[in-house]
Design a protein around this ligand. Structure first.
Ligand SMILES: Nc1ncnc2c1ncn2[C@@H]1O[C@H](COP(=O)(O)OP(=O)(O)OP(=O)(O)O)[C@@H](O)[C@H]1O
Ligand SMILES: O=P(O)(O)OC[C@H]1O[C@H](OP(=O)(O)OP(=O)(O)O)[C@H](O)[C@@H]1O
Length: 206
């Protein structure tokens, strides 16, 4: 049976719908309450509902054979997995943002709030810009409003979170979308079923 790690939350249902349309539906998925494992013996798949930021960890450590995860997580964690498909869902951009009217003082160390410490370090290293990072786990937009940092590095989709908090995009530097990933050993030993899933999922990409 193939173990599939699905991200709980905003991506989860979209991803499940895509898998179901590809022929890998699982009875009971939509009746979920606190259940974290769903099996379809008929389709030979088992779904594991995990936190979005844990999907690649399950796959890399072979607790799941395949998974669906945002490119932001793969970049941040440097996951050692095969990235098989760009599913063209969960689309957003990684961006630097600051309060409206913010003007950067290039002589000072820039204070940056983010969930994405590694992505942020790499981005500013590429610019030779000295930074202090404050790692937060959510509501990143609050940090510059309270003077905790100068700017944030975060995901932007519609831009409404920024607008409603009087922030503006300074620079968008990376497109993000959901990826179908596989464990390297699984890809070798379960190649037929994973390749079949990949072909059927590819047909569902819009
Ligand atoms: N506003 C957004 N629009 C589109 N895609 C997004 C948006 N925010 C996040 N994503 C994508 O969806 C994935 C899951 O995001 P979600 O907000 O559900 O999880 P999270 O709350 O960041 O995760 P965790 O609870 O593990 O911290 C992200 O990794 C990213 O790829
Ligand atoms: O451009 P928008 O369409 O407004 O989307 C961007 C928002 O979505 C994500 O937040 P999420 O909902 O995951 O909340 P959190 O970061 O506070 O967990 C991201 O961190 C932004 O805050």
């Amino acid at each position: 049976m193939l173990n599939i790690a699905l991200p709980k939350g905003r991506l989860g249902d979209k991803v499940y719908d895509m898998l179901a349309a590809a022929g890998y539906d699982c009875p009971g998925y939509y009746e979920q309450n606190r259940k974290l494992v769903f099996e379809s013996p008929e389709k030979n798949v088992r779904y594991l509902l995990v936190k979005p930021s844990d999907v690649a960890i399950y796959v890399e450590h072979h607790a799941a054979d395949v998974g669906i995860v945002g490119k932001d997580i793969l970049l941040e964690q440097g996951s050692d997995v095969y990235e098989l498909l760009d599913l063209n869902i969960g689309k957003c951009r990684m961006a630097v943002a600051a309060p409206e009217g913010y003007v950067e003082d290039k002589n000072r160390t820039l204070r940056v709030a983010t969930k994405y410490v590694n992505i942020t370090k790499e981005f500013y290293a590429g610019r030779n810009r000295e930074i202090d990072i404050i790692k937060l786990n959510g509501s990143i937009e609050l940090a510059p409003l309270l003077g905790l940092t100068d700017v944030i590095v975060d995901i932007v989709e519609t831009g409404s979170t920024l607008r409603e908090n009087h922030l503006k995009v300074i620079e968008e530097f990376r497109n993000i979308s959901a990826r179908f990933i596989a464990n390297k050993t699984s890809f070798k030993f379960e190649n037929a079923i994973i390749s079949d899933m990949m072909t059927k999922l590819r047909e569902q990409i819009k």
